[in-house]
Design a protein around this ligand. Structure first.
Ligand code: GLU
Length: 467
């Protein structure tokens, strides 16, 4: 246990899936708190659910945290003074403390069968009571313990009101009678979440537990175990849950559920972190970088209202962060997806041209690809190609561009004014036929940029196809 009073927080994912957006927010808030207070951020893998936990998910969670830039001070991959940091490697430690609870009279083996427990549950529900264990094995004499049943271990909950001051929910009271004696070690000898988490938080010297509100009902149980073992109880902050804009639990239907989904859709880590900072917390400004977030973060300012993850909002954040991002970095990120041998210089110009327009890395490639290969015409674009004025505009464009030795901003403007003069067209009717002939699309980056990226030959070749 720590002897100094430094802040120690932890992120404790279960490796039963990819890093979920809600968990990433928990990791971020713990990380921000640790970094602001010059404390320690511990990564602990809660893999006691042996059936559902996999090494591949553990690896994926670690990679996503690294990708988000949330580095940890102690963890399964780097060790630390309070390891091991994987619960599956700590069974011996849990056994030591469950034995202690038995010796102290705070825990007892329970031999009740599933059938009995189910029958009890049904009876209680029928009578309108919340289901809980009735404590039958509390007083079972040793000589009456069945030899052929492998028992579970139950914590003997003292009858009391558990009180604690949550940073988000303020003072909370829970009557231990509501949950009764709960299981701390299964019949397979595996410590349950509520037990393992207490032993780990205590032995790892965790000072603040920052986690989702879904764990609120576990907290009184955990506090009773802390107290029975004489461990100091950490401070708690239970963050509000994250929903989609339709107020249902966040899922893939809302555009993304995991950090991996977002990464694959072409979101930048800094944009994701920015949106996460706005979930259940008001950072006071719209765009933050990690350094700003470390400065403004405060547990006391976490909100109690549900947080809304909105992929559309994230897209607008992402567009802004793409605009701010170093072009060379974007080229590195986008280049591999284009599968074309393009000059780095051209790609740099193309990525620069997409800034301000592209909302995701994928949209950058969507903007660039039609400039590299013959355009594929969208339905709306085809309609414009059929308009009577289109041929005329394109014909004049072909003529005028031939008069110029090369393309520049000046010659572009000159050509456009000439077409305007000679056709009498302007606005959409002037620009759309040209855009469509050059890119196959009705939207995209500024037309002047399209001209510069295609070059004179590129423009002429594409226009001629429609004459
Ligand atoms: N493994 C738990 C989870 O992923 C951790 C909860 C906690 O932070 O105590 O929900």
């Amino acid at each position: 246990m720590t002897t100094d009073n430094k802040i120690r927080v932890r992120f404790a994912p279960s490796p039963t899936g990819h890093l979920h957006i809600g968990n990433a927010r928990a990791a971020l808030f713990n990380w921000l708190f640790a970094r602001q207070k010059a404390g320690q951020f511990v990564l602990r893998i809660e893999d006691t659910d042996v059936e559902r936990s996999t090494k591949a998910f553990e690896q994926s969670i670690l990679e996503d945290l690294k990708w988000l830039g949330l580095d940890w001070d102690e963890g399964p991959d780097k060790g630390g003074p309070f390891g091991p940091y994987r619960q599956s490697e700590r069974f011996g430690i849990y056994k030591e403390y469950s034995d202690k609870l038995i010796t102290q009279g705070n825990a007892y083996p329970c031999y009740c069968t599933h059938e009995r427990l189910e029958e009890l549950r049904q009876r209680q529900i029928k009578a309108g009571w919340p289901p809980k264990y009735d404590g039958r094995c509390r007083t079972l004499p040793k000589n009456e313990r069945p030899k052929d049943i492998k028992p579970v271990l139950r914590f003997k909950s003292p009858e009391k009101t558990v009180t604690f001051e949550d940073k988000v929910h303020r003072k909370l009271l829970f009557d231990s009678n509501v949950f009764g004696d709960f299981i701390i070690v299964g019949s397979d000898d595996i410590a349950t979440y509520n037990f393992a988490v207490v032993i780990d938080d205590a032995l790892m010297g965790i000072t603040h537990v920052i986690r989702g509100e879904d764990h609120l009902s576990n907290t009184p149980r955990q506090i009773l175990i802390f107290e029975a073992l004489g461990f100091p109880v950490p401070e708690y902050a239970h963050m509000s849950l994250i929903f989609g804009p339709d107020r249902t639990p966040l899922s893939k239907r809302h555009g993304a559920a995991s950090i991996n989904d977002l990464k694959e859709s072409g979101f930048l880590p800094e944009a994701i972190l920015n949106h996460l900072c706005h979930l259940g917390f008001s950072p006071g400004k719209e765009f933050l970088f990690r350094e700003d977030a470390i400065k403004v973060f405060s547990l006391n300012k976490l909100s109690r209202s549900p947080a809304i993850f909105d992929i559309e909002r994230l897209k607008t954040f992402n567009r802004a962060y793409i605009e701010k991002a170093d072009t060379e970095r974007l080229v590195e990120l986008v280049g591999p997806h284009l599968q074309e041998s393009i000059s780095k210089e051209w790609l740099k110009n193309a990525v620069d041209a997409s800034k301000g327009e592209a909302m995701t890395l994928k949209q950058i490639s969507d903007i660039i690809l039609p400039l590299l290969a013959p355009p594929i015409f969208e339905k709306d674009a085809e309609k414009i190609l059929e308009e009577s004025y289109t041929k005329k505009i394109l014909g004049i464009l072909a003529e005028e561009i031939q008069k110029e030795p090369d393309l520049s901003s000046d010659t572009y403007n000159k050509i456009i004014s000439k077409i305007k003069q000679r056709t009498g067209e302007s606005g959409k009717r002037l620009f759309m036929p040209i855009r469509v002939a050059l890119t196959g699309r009705v939207t995209g980056i500024e037309l002047e940029k399209v001209f510069m990226l295609l070059g004179k030959k590129g423009v002429v070749d594409r226009v001629k196809k429609h004459l």
